[in-house]
Design a protein around this ligand. Structure first.
Ligand SMILES: NC(=O)c1ccc[n+]([C@@H]2O[C@H](COP(=O)([O-])OP(=O)(O)OC[C@H]3O[C@@H](n4cnc5c(N)ncnc54)[C@H](O)[C@@H]3O)[C@@H](O)[C@H]2O)c1
Length: 283
């Protein structure tokens, strides 16, 4: 084994999970990948980095997948230092139209799956008395966002799981944190945009920094939380990587940080800069 540290990452065929695997590979972790889709492209970029990596295909909502992934990590590398629970599915629908089956499937993939992975990989980490688990939640785990009842419930649950495991396992050497991305340009964003559910401008007009997150923005936060030399006393934290979305309670005239202004409905940034220079004192 060349690498000293081993990272297990779920949902690594594309998007944030693929980039997270690559960034961890660049930092000399050996990788265990899992996804329902083929991770061939991710394996090929890891190969170019000369990173040791194996792929264990499977659905994370299935209890057997977590068991097989944990066993494969032990067989191939003898340990597991980092777990990134990234695989997830989105569901956009008015609450009154969500079927029980759809609601349940979202919880199974976005909450039960990460729990099972935490349980199986967590056992290895607890035995080692060291490890870092990073659950990819969302700003939708911190805030209500309309038309996403199933997704938001799952991500709020994932943050609850993160805090609970941080409390339960922190004293035994295993840190558990969540990363909460804002909107990221990945296939998860492309599909609803194609269906006309929102536009780029809707998002950039709401983000103080005026842009989408990139998979690199999220992967850098993951790598930071993975590395105990940088984040060794951070446990149970929710790290928003959202350009300020969660922090911003301003109304629309102040809300858009797009450098050139934007075309979002109600965005008055071009006409009404947030720092308009007027001081009003009310006595
Ligand atoms: N894209 C965003 O704007 C955004 C924002 C906030 C949070 N997130 C979260 O980040 C994570 C990654 O999102 P993304 O944008 O890269 O999505 P994506 O759809 O591009 O990629 C998700 C990956 O997970 C895999 N996957 C889905 N269901 C699975 C299952 N049951 N078992 C195994 N693998 C499965 C998919 O095959 C895919 O490769 C998700 O948890 C998502 O909720 C994304």
């Amino acid at each position: 084994m060349n690498a000293t540290k081993v990272a297990v990452v779920t949902g690594t065929a594309q998007g944030i999970g693929r980039r997270a695997a690559e960034v961890l590979g660049e930092r000399s972790y050996a990788l265990v990948l899992t996804d329902v889709q083929s991770c061939a492209q991710t394996l090929s970029s890891l190969d170019a980095l000369r990173t040791e990596a194996i792929e264990i295909p499977g659905d994370i909502a299935d209890e057997e997948t977590a068991r097989r992934v944990a066993q494969a990590a032990l067989t191939a590398f003898g340990r597991a230092d980092v777990l990134v629970n990234n695989a997830g599915i989105s569901h956009i629908s008015p609450a009154e139209q969500i079927s029980a089956a759809d609601f349940q499937r979202v919880q199974n993939v976005n909450l039960l799956g990460p729990f099972l992975m935490c349980r199986e990989i967590g056992r290895i980490m607890l035995q080692q008395r060291s490890g870092s688990i990073i659950n990819i939640a969302s700003i939708a785990g911190l805030l209500g966002i309309a038309d996403r009842a199933a997704y938001n419930a799952s991500k709020h649950g994932l943050i609850g799981l993160t805090r609970t495991l941080a409390a339960e396992w922190g004293g035994r050497g295993v840190r558990v944190n969540a990363v909460c991305p804002g909107w990221v340009k990945t296939p998860m964003d492309v599909a609803p945009q194609k269906a006309g559910l929102y536009t780029d401008a809707d998002i950039t007009g709401r983000v103080p920094m005026g842009r989408f997150a990139t998979p690199d923005d999220i992967a850098s936060a993951i790598a930071f939380l993975a590395d105990s030399s940088q984040s060794g006393f951070i446990n149970g934290h929710t790290l928003s990587v959202d350009g300020g979305w969660f922090a911003d309670g301003s109304w629309k005239a102040y809300g858009c940080g797009a450098a050139e202004g934007c075309s979002a409905l109600g965005c008055q940034r071009k006409n009404t800069p947030a720092s308009g220079g007027m001081l009003i004192v009310i006595e």
